[in-house]
Design a protein around this ligand. Sequence first.
Ligand SMILES: [Fe+2]
Length: 124
Amino acid sequence: MIKKLGIYACQPCGVVAEALTNSNEQLVCCDQPMAELTAKTSDEGKEKHVPIVERRQDSIKIKVGSNPHPMEEKHYIQWIDVIVDNKAYRQFLKPGQAPEVIFPITDKNIIVREYCNVHGLWKN
Ligand SMILES: [Fe+2]
C-alpha cells in the first residue's frame, strides 16, 4: 500500500480531497501526484488555527483557535471534523459564520482537525 487514509491537495489547482480507503494507486490531479497534507499542531504568528476542544456534559464544543480565526471571503475555516473510533463528524462552514461547532461526542479519544483555505490542515 503506497497510500493511506488522509487529506490530499493538488498544488496547481488547489483542490482538496480525502482518501477514505487504502489503495496501491496514487491520487492524481492536473496530471500530477497529489500530496498528502500533514496536519500542523502548533500555532505561529497572530492567526490561531489549532482547534480548541471544550468538553460539555453530552457534547464537545470546538473553536478555531485561541483567538477566533478570521471568517472572511478570502480566508476562512472551510470545515471542522472529529474522528472517533469508526465515526467521522464534519461541519462545513461559510464566511461570516463563527469558526466553531458542537458535536454530540462524549468519547475521550478523539482526533480534531480543521481546514483553513489559506493555511491548510491543523489538528489537536
Ligand atoms: Fe488561516
